[in-house]
Structures are given as C-alpha cells and as structure tokens.
Write a protein that binds this ligand. Structure first.
Ligand code: GBH
Length: 481
C-alpha cells in the first residue's frame, strides 16, 4: 500500500477524527506527499564515471606509452602500499563485463577517459592505431548496450615523454592536438566531451603539494604557471575539439571547483558564498568562465603571477556547451565585513562528519550551492555533475556482500540537494556517480574504495554493493528512493 492509499484507508476508517479546521490532516498530508514527490526532471541523465589509469591496467599493452602516473606509482613511498595502476581493474580486458554492470544498473550514460598515451605514446607525433582500436571497441559496446559514452580527454595520465610535463607551455598545445584528433575519430559516436578533469588536482597536487604525479613542490610562480598551462590546455582543447568534431558535439570541462556553502541561507551569506566561489577558484574555473584572472588573485600573486601571452585568456574562455562539476565536499563560509575579502571560510572542526577518506567531509548542501552559485555567476547553458560519490568501509560480509549503508546515506543526502537545484530550475541535466567500481584511488592506491561494485583485486571479481541496488532503483523510478 502506498502512502496515499494508506491515507485514504485512514480516512475510511474514521478520518473524521483527523479533521482539522477547513481540511483534514489526511488531505494536508496527501498534498504534502505530492509536494514532496521525490522525482527528478524527465530525461535527467543518470550515469557512472571512471577514468583510464584508475581502471584499465594493461599499461604495457598494445603500444601504450609511459605516463607520469606509471613513474610516480612505481616510485617507492608515493602511493599507499606502493600500489600501482599496472593491473587496476583490468578493464582493458574486462570492459564487456563492466559494460554489463552499467547496463544492469540501467544508467543511460558512462563517463570514461581516454589514456592519451595509448593514442600518442609520446604525447605527440607517432599515432598508435591499437590504442584507438581499444576505445572504438569500448564505445561501440557501450552504444550496443544503449549507453551514451561521455568522454574526458585527460584525467591525469600524462605521457611521460612530453618534456617538462605541465611546466612546459607546449604541453597545452600537444593536448589540444591530441584532443582534436580524438574528437575527429570519435564524434560520430560520442556527443559530449570533457577536456580535462579537475584543474586544481593535476596542477596543484602534482606541482605544489607533491602528493600526485609528478610529485613536485615548486615555488609559487612556477605553480601559477602550471595552473595557467592547465587552463590553456582546456581552452585550446575546446577549440580543437570544435574544429574537428561533427556539428552538434557538446564540449565542456569537468572541474572540481572549490564549493562554498552559506552557513546561514540569508542574502548576506549567500553573497559571501558567491564571492568565495569566485575568488577561491580564480586561477581555475573563474578564469575559464570569465576570460581573466581576478584582480584579487593577480594582486595577491604579485610578482608570481602567471606569464600570459596574447590570446591566452580568450582561448581559456572559449564558449562551452556545459560546465561539469565534480562535487564531494563543502567549505562553509560566512559573510564578514571585517575581512577584506568580505567572506571568511570556516574550518572543518574535529567532529565535522566525514567519510572513509579523511578529506571527504560530508556536506550535502555543496551539491545545491555548487550548482546554484555556478549558475548564478556564470549562467552556463547546462550543468552536469561529472563526479559525486564516496569512499566507505567496504568489506565483504560473511555472505560475500557489501551492505554499504554509509555510502547510501551519503549519496541520498547529496542527491536530495542536487534534486533541489534541479527542481528550482537551475540547468542541472545529469549526474555521473563516482564510481562504477572500486579502482586505483591515486595516492591512496587500492586502500580506499569508491565503487558501487566491489572489486576483489586478487580475482578481479566484481560484486554489486547494496548501493548498486539502491542506485538502480533510483534510476528506474527517476526519483530519490
Ligand atoms: C576525484 O578527485 C577524481 O577525479 C577521481 O579520479 C577520484 O578517484 C575521486 O575524486 C575520488 O577521490 O589527501 O587530503 O591532500 C576528487 C578531489 C583531490 C580529493 C585530492 C582528494 C586529496 C586530498 N580529490 N584530494 S588530501
């Protein structure tokens, strides 16, 4: 019996007792039930996401060139347990099985990335047909399964042969050449491309913090230059994809803009939230959306500001068909007239809730405010969530199952806030859950699991977690469940 029928029965069984003023409590509840119908907009695009180095393995197969992550993960002490992506989920050989998992979930779309060094083993120059053949097989199998491929051109696995990596401006140009080439090969079947994944990660974490490949801690001027090259790669990539793709191909970026949440939902704090979003992402998404670095960023960088050539900023701000956001964790912010910035971010506290990854503070409101702030500031044509998900304490129980109630808790809360944004009319068109299956979690190796499917790395057996069942039902109903 559903809720409304239950209420009707309640009425029949003596609803008069529930009468309240002009209506009845039952009627009030029925109206509330309609209002709280938890469905998503029609045609909302449900998907899952993965990335090449995190799932493929087969790092020496069919002519793939060496990448920065091969080198980094093979450097002792860089990755938890000295794990590497050499085998990962072996999706290079098991992609049919993985597509069957997607099909079983009922997703309409799959976000995957291309390993640049399978296509151009040295980053540029010599083309490797066998690498392209692999992605053709994957894409054709997805389409045969009725799943729309969404392709990220660069998710951090950089061909090692490119001299200087992201410190060298030429890498941005090499990226654009590669991205344009791939768009030419795939856009007969792939209609949505994302240039790069998470500007802040492959620039700052690799070159300032040093916890990702190539593991450098450069002086700030050089960090800012790497950031600029990252933005430039995106912008030149957009132009190259458009120049080579079939008409109607959509191009955007998948970025993990730092997301701020007003500590109180009042106009002053909401204003502070937007200021924080704009300034704290000044070197990344703000530059992409506005075609300039903010005055505050340039002022604080001073002599360390990036060296920008004529035309760079216009390229960086090439018009996009959509903005895709990876949203995981919030920073709460308050308005503060005494702070010269006008806002003060609040630190996470000792008991702020977080998930299995220490950085993954829980803040479902990041979902709503991320979408809303980006929409209101920059008015993109469409927004996709290119990643959202969580690590959890996933262990197979004695029945061989993973009852990951913590992941479901996290996802249900975040999706409630994404739904709020969609229902309020912000142009949120789809959602890619990170991740289809457990995989190589960068510096955390295989120790942390983000999948809807558990992967036993000794046998490569995939087992759906309870969250897979939950996501499947959500997709089937197109509603929170
Ligand atoms: C995404 O990054 C990535 O796109 C994806 O590949 C990854 O698997 C997924 O999220 C889950 O992590 O160790 O405290 O210095 C999310 C952004 C940036 C979050 C790096 C973790 C390390 C923080 N990530 N960050 S810390």
């Amino acid at each position: 019996m559903d809720r409304r029928n239950f209420m009707k029965t309640g009425m029949a069984m003596g609803g008069a007792a529930l009468a309240t003023g002009g209506g009845t409590l039952a009627a009030t509840r029925a109206a509330a039930a309609t209002a709280s119908d938890l469905s998503f907009p029609k045609d909302f695009l449900w998907g899952c996401a993965t990335a090449s180095y995190q799932i493929e393995g087969a790092v020496k197969e069919d002519g793939r060139g060496l990448t920065n992550w091969d080198v980094f993960s093979h450097t002792p002490g860089k990755v938890a347990n000295n794990d590497t992506g050499d085998v990962a989920c072996d999706s290079y050989h098991r992609y049919n099985e993985d597509i069957a998992l997607l099909k079983n979930l009922g997703v309409k779309a799959y976000r995957m990335s291309i390993a640049w060094s399978r296509i151009f083993p040295e980053g540029r120059g010599k083309f490797n047909q066998k690498g392209l053949d692999y992605y053709n097989r994957v894409i054709d199998a997805l389409l045969a399964a009725g799943i729309q491929p969404n392709v990220t051109m660069f998710h951090w696995d950089l061909p090692q042969a490119l001299p200087g990596g992201w410190q060298n401006r030429d890498t941005a140009k090499a990226f654009a050449d590669y991205a344009g080439f791939m768009a030419g090969k795939l856009s007969d079947r792939v209609h949505r491309f994302m240039t790069v994944n998470e500007l802040r990660c492959f620039t700052d974490l690799g070159h300032m913090v040093g916890i990702h490949a190539p593991g450098l801690k450069l002086p700030q001027a050089q960090v800012n230059q790497v950031r600029h090259h990252g933005c430039l790669a995106h912008g030149l990539g957009v132009q190259a994809i458009r120049a080579n793709a079939k008409a109607g191909t959509e191009v955007g970026i998948a970025d993990n803009a730092s997301i701020f949440v007003p500590v109180i939902e009042t106009p002053e704090h909401i204003e502070a939230t937007k200021k924080a979003m704009r300034e704290e992402n000044a070197m990344f998404l703000t530059a992409v959306m506005e075609g300039k670095y903010t005055d505050a960023y340039l002022k604080s960088a001073g002599a360390d500001a990036p060296k920008v050539q004529a035309g760079d900023m216009a390229a960086i701000a090439s018009p996009l068909d959509f903005v895709a956001l990876n949203i995981y964790t919030p920073t709460f912010v308050k308005a503060n007239p005494e702070d010269p910035r006008g806002y003060t971010p609040l630190p996470h506290l000792d008991h702020s809730p977080r998930m299995a990854s220490p950085w993954l503070y829980v803040g479902p409101e990041a979902a709503y405010w991320g979408v809303r702030a980006v929409s209101e500031m920059w008015n993109p044509k469409a927004i996709y969530i290119s990643e959202n998900g969580t690590s959890a304490d996933d262990k197979l129980n004695d029945k061989g199952l993973v009852d990951d109630g913590d992941r479901i808790m996290y996802l249900r809360n975040y999706l409630g806030q994404f739904r709020r944004a969609a229902v309020e009319g912000y142009p949120l068109k789809g959602y890619f859950l990170w991740s289809l299956m457990d995989n190589f979690e960068w510096a955390d190796g295989y120790a942390l699991r983000f999948g809807l499917h558990h992967v036993d790395y000794a046998t490569q057996k995939r087992t759906p977690k309870l969250s897979a069942q939950w996501y499947k039902e959500l997709i089937r109903r197109n509603a929170l469940v």
